[in-house]
Design a protein around this ligand. Structure first.
Ligand code: F58
Length: 806
């Protein structure tokens, strides 16, 4: 194979024999051991290297082709990535699954045992981080030249354990054994400054940082499916300068003092913030954000310069997507690089900056809109604060000239909130410094532009777009559900649906085929049996997502208690159900942790009660993550998407479950609306207030106790919780519902319980249920992240594919 400068690369073979040979040589030469003495970990690492080599070869070809064509690059900046386990994915994408299985068996290893050693890098909290991973998968699959930038946290999202039903957080040292998928590049470090002051020299501002930290990159390969393209995700790790180790103090026995500076520097990438609503460790988090931005922009500029010399081309060669506001400091940082370091004039730099960046917003919760205290930002990044003030001056001038005399509007739109505390508003900065801002589902974009970002939409209506989220069909159908995938492919007669998910529509015709329906039922049943969390014949009712009051796990729990009370009263007429919860709560979010504790208490009571046996079971496997999601999703019959309408930006679990043939019970929130529009109202269990009704109720004098008094079953369920029937924690959960019920759980309870009775009725007609299940899959092709990326390309990035010859 010919690479750049006429350099040849020998191709690695993929026959079982060639693969085994390469595995053996990796075992000897890279792992330093022999077949006779190899441990399972040796086998895993060797296998990973052998697979990685196949992808690295494609990577080399991709890099050469992309360099050659000097394209517009898509750079995805995200503080979080939930990439999921790498082994199975890379085996599939490199077409080596079979060869690998044979090679392992030939060496005396069981493939499943080796696969179980593959630890997922949990470098994210939830939907936002997983979306980033799905988009990278689709970018590579669509041959778009792209790089993801992120932080290589030493400790990922905490490992969740339950102790007496309570959530306990344990550190996730995911790379303790080393990470065979990574390519560290310690020779490629960037230098990042913090603190210090700003000087002026020859009319130019010069920031003199007071502290300097190194950013060491390493990258993971991001292969496309069904193509040669292999992109990368580049993760930065903070390293201290050698000079920060104080040898004199160490020699004097002052060990802690000797390393304190180094520790402080390296703390920047020590741990992912698992807190997804409250403000904790504020300054360290701000440091993380600037660290990501500074390292990544330097790298982006270096890459630009490989093929270009004229700054004017920068915006047309570079599209940088800001994944929520976490990387928004990139806007003032690029201004600083262009104006202070490169000497461009302000207006020229501003137009390049605006051309380069775009921003995705992932929330509607006002408390999740990021702000930073002006004092803190000014101390940590003095020059950036000056630049933010200058950007603000330009913004406010534009607002005043468009809306003369509208002082309130100026105050609302300012990048600086003045009272009660002076804060920099990152979302306002994001909208101001970009070409496009997008929401992540139709309703979300509509609500963003009419509420949270309304003033900005008034000023610049054409700068807003919607891009509905999507998920990777490779990971969440093909890898998660080999059974369903094989059935889909045999039903359709091809597997092209894996790269064109709209082809799933071909399954509609098969709903009339009794044998296909039978096979479909069987596949779902065996996924449940494989999961092993309840009778495979029972309805598998699944709620998997982060714990948050707006998502309303408490509503699901009230339903469980109502069913249990019906059982105890001898009046249960529902179908056998397993209710499965999965998810983590932010460590500081006590109300969410109380709900977890209460679910575990209810599970213990229900599961131990012979009266409930065969009728109701509650499962709550700990430590929900991508690995576990891939086991649960194919087994689900019912998908719980029950947030208070107007709160869930989109949801992506809803899409994964629909694609796997689960029927949704849900509110008209986020992407549920688009799912229902596509799968059909008859194949979706709708309940509850819609967003306008919820908003209206919230803004009036809402009395949750009215619902308590009016509904006997609701009252009985709440009384049981309150009285301590499921332990002391019930008191707090009940009080929060009865006194405030911020997310209208009680208002939606009756409608929800009735809709669940509809679910039972539908489940009783298994043949019809199966038809609905197939229709859900058949009509969900829109929710592929390939479609999402195509929308980003058309509406926002305007980048084109570079095909790498096969
Ligand atoms: C999620 N946000 C949305 N944030 O809640 C969900 O509706 C949407 O589908 C998904 O993004 C993808 O667009 C989300 O996951 C976080 O995890 C943040 C982590 C950092 C702190 C603030 C929340």
């Amino acid at each position: 194979m010919d690479l750049r400068n006429g350099v040849e690369l020998r191709s690695l073979g993929n026959t079982p024999d060639e693969f085994r040979q390469d595995m053996l040589s990796n075992l000897y030469y890279r792992r330093g051991t022999t077949v006779e003495s190899a441990s399972a970990q040796d086998a895993y690492e060797t296998l990973a290297l052998t697979v990685r080599d196949r992808l690295a070869e494609r990577r080399a070809r991709t890099a050469a082709a992309q360099y050659e064509s000097n394209p517009r690059w898509v750079y995805y900046l995200s503080a979080e990535y939930l990439l999921g386990p790498q082994l199975e994915q890379n085996l599939l994408y490199s077409g080596t699954s079979e060869a690998a299985h044979k090679a392992l068996e030939a060496c005396g290893f069981k493939p499943e045992e080796i696969a179980a050693l593959d630890v997922e890098p949990g470098l994210g909290n939830g939907g936002l981080g997983r979306l980033a991973a799905c988009l990278l998968d689709s970018l590579a699959t669509l041959d778009i030249p792209a790089v993801g930038y992120g932080i290589r946290y030493d400790l990922g999202i905490f490992r969740q354990e339950f102790q007496d039903g309570r959530q306990i957080e344990r550190p996730d040292d995911w790379a303790f054994q080393g990470d065979p998928w990574e390519f560290p590049a310690p020779d490629d470090v960037q230098t990042v400054g913090f603190y210090g002051h700003v000087d002026e020299r020859d009319g130019r501002k010069v920031w003199q940082p007071g502290e300097v930290v190194l950013g060491e990159p390493s990258h993971l390969l991001v292969p496309g499916y069904g193509t040669t393209t292999v992109n990368i995700v580049r993760l930065w790790r903070a390293r201290a300068h050698q000079a920060s180790f104080d040898l004199t103090r160490f020699s004097a026995g002052q060990y802690a003092e000797a390393v304190q500076d180094a520790v402080r520097a390296e703390n920047i990438s020590k741990v992912l913030y698992p807190d997804d609503s409250t403000a904790a460790g504020r300054e360290l988090r701000l440091k993380q954000q600037y660290f990501l931005v500074s390292c990544s922009l330097r790298d982006i500029v270096r890459r630009f310069r490989l093929r270009n010399s004229d700054w004017d081309a920068f915006g047309s060669k570079t599209a940088i997507q800001l994944n929520d506001t976490h990387p928004v400091l990139a806007i003032p940082e690029l201004m600083r690089l262009l104006v202070d370091e490169e000497g461009l004039d302000w207006d020229h730099a501003w137009s390049l900056v605006r051309q380069t960046f775009n921003y995705t917003c992932h929330t509607l919760l006002p408390e999740a809109l990021e702000t930073w205290p002006v004092d803190m930002l000014g101390r940590l990044l003095p020059r950036h604060l000056e630049i933010i003030y200058l950007i603000n001056a330009g913004l406010l001038e534009e607002v005043r000239s468009r809306f003369p005399g509208d002082i309130d509007r100026v105050r609302r739109m300012s990048l600086i909130q003045e009272t009660p505390e002076r804060l920099v508003r990152m979302a306002n900065l994001a909208v101001t410094g970009t070409t496009m801002t997008n929401g992540v589902a139709e309703l979300h974009t509509q609500l963003l532009t009419s509420t949270v970002l309304r003033d900005f939409h008034d000023l610049w209506p054409s700068r807003f777009a919607n891009v509905t989220n999507g998920v990777s069909p490779r990971r969440f159908v093909r890898l998660a559900s080999p059974g369903i995938s094989a059935l889909i492919s045999s039903g359709l007669g091809h597997d092209r649906w894996l790269t064109d998910l709209s082809l799933l529509s071909g399954l509609e015709a098969l709903t009339g085929d009794a044998s296909f329906r039978e096979q479909w039922r069987e596949v779902k049943r065996s996924a449940k049996a494989a999961l092993g969390l309840g009778d495979p014949g029972a309805l598998m009712d699944v709620m998997i997502k982060r714990f948050h009051e707006y998502k309303r796990q408490q509503l699901k729990l009230l339903h469980v208690i109502t069913l249990y009370q019906r059982i105890k009263a001898g009046g249960y007429d529902g179908v056998p159900r397993t209710v499965l919860f999965g998810g983590k709560a932010a460590p500081a979010y006590q109300a969410a942790k109380n709900i977890i504790h209460l679910i575990n208490a209810v599970a213990a009571a229900v599961n131990a009660d012979p009266a409930a046996a065969g009728l109701l079971r509650v499962a709550f496997p700990a430590n929900y993550n991508i690995t576990l999601a891939e086991h649960i999703i194919p087994a689900a019959d019912l998908s719980e998407q029950i947030s208070m309408a107007g709160k869930e930006a989109s949801g992506t679990g809803n899409m994964k479950l629909t694609l796997n043939g689960a029927l949704t019970i849900g509110t008209l929130d986020g992407a549920n609306i688009e799912i229902r529009d596509r799968v059909g109202a008859d194949n979706f269990f709708l309940f509850g207030l819609d967003a306008p009704a919820a908003l209206a109720l919230r803004s009036g004098p809402y009395q949750p106790r009215d619902h308590y008094h009016a509904d006997d079953e609701l009252r009985a369920a709440l009384d049981a919780i309150r009285s301590g029937a499921f332990g002391g924690v019930g008191h707090d959960v009940a009080a929060s519902l009865l006194d405030r019920d911020e997310y209208l759980t009680l208002a939606d309870y009756r409608s929800y319980v009735d809709a669940q009775a509809g679910v039972d009725a539908a489940w009783r007609d298994q043949d019809h249920w199966t038809t609905m299940s197939i229709l859900n899959t058949a009509r969900a092709g829109f929710f592929s992240s390939d479609r999402t990326v195509t929308d980003y390309l058309d509406r926002i990035w305007h980048a084109t594919p570079v095909r790498v010859e096969g």
